[in-house]
Design a protein around this ligand. Structure first.
Ligand SMILES: [Zn+2]
Length: 188
C-alpha cells in the first residue's frame, strides 16, 4: 500500500506564485512557498505550470442512472467529474424512473457513495414524473439518506404558478432550493 502523503510541487495556488502542497490523509497539511517541503516516503506530483483550486462543484449534471446506463452511470459520471477537478456533482432528476421519491434519490446517492470519487448529490423532481401537475415527495426526499436540498424539473418547466408557489413554500421548511428550467411552454 502506498503512502497516504502526497507532495504536489510547484502548483500555483489560486493562480498565485508556485508553492508545494503537502497532503496527509486527504487534508492539506502544509503549503510551502518556494518549494522546500520535505517528502519522506511521499508520492510526489509535479504540478509545474498548473493551478491549484478548491474542488469544483457542478450544479447541473445528467448521470442518467437509473434507466439510461447505456449513456452514463453514476460511476462513469463520477470518474469524468473527478478527472475534471470536480469534487461534487448534482445529478438531475430526469432519470427512468424519475427521481421524485425518497427511494430513487437514495439509490442515486448510494451509487455515488459506492463509486467513492466525488460527492453525488441527487436533485429531486419538483413534480411527480416531471409532469407539472402534482408536487413530488419533496419532504420525504429532504429527510431521506440523500438529504435532497435542490429540486428541479430540469428539461421541463414548472409552468403552473400555483404549483411553483407551493414548491417554494414547501422547501423553505428545510432551506431547499427550486431550480427552474426557465421556459414558457406556450411560447416555446
Ligand atoms: Zn439539464
Amino acid at each position: 500500500m502506498s503512502s497516504t502523503t502526497y507532495v504536489i510541487r510547484h502548483a500555483q495556488v489560486l493562480g498565485g506564485e508556485p508553492a508545494d502542497l503537502v497532503l496527509r490523509d486527504g487534508v492539506i497539511a502544509e503549503v510551502t512557498a518556494g518549494g522546500a517541503a520535505s517528502a519522506d516516503g511521499a508520492t510526489e506530483i509535479d504540478a509545474t505550470g498548473l493551478v491549484a483550486l478548491p474542488g469544483l462543484v457542478d450544479l447541473h449534471t445528467h448521470l442518467r442512472e437509473p434507466g439510461r446506463e447505456d449513456a452514463e452511470t453514476v460511476e462513469s459520471g463520477s470518474r469524468a467529474a473527478a478527472a475534471g477537478g470536480f469534487t461534487a456533482v448534482f445529478a438531475m432528476a430526469n432519470t427512468d424512473p424519475v427521481a421524485d421519491t425518497a427511494g430513487t434519490v437514495e439509490q442515486v446517492w448510494r451509487l455515488g457513495h459506492e463509486a467513492g470519487l466525488v460527492d453525488v448529490q441527487p436533485v429531486g423532481a419538483v413534480t411527480l414524473g416531471l409532469g407539472g401537475q402534482q408536487l413530488a415527495e419533496l419532504g420525504a426526499m429532504a429527510t431521506s439518506a440523500a438529504q435532497v436540498r435542490v429540486f428541479s424539473d430540469d428539461g421541463k418547466c414548472v409552468h403552473d404558478a400555483v404549483i411553483m408557489r407551493r414548491a417554494l413554500e414547501y422547501v423553505k421548511a428545510f432551506d431547499g432550493v427550486v431550480a427552474q428550467h426557465a421556459q414558457e411552454p406556450r411560447l416555446t
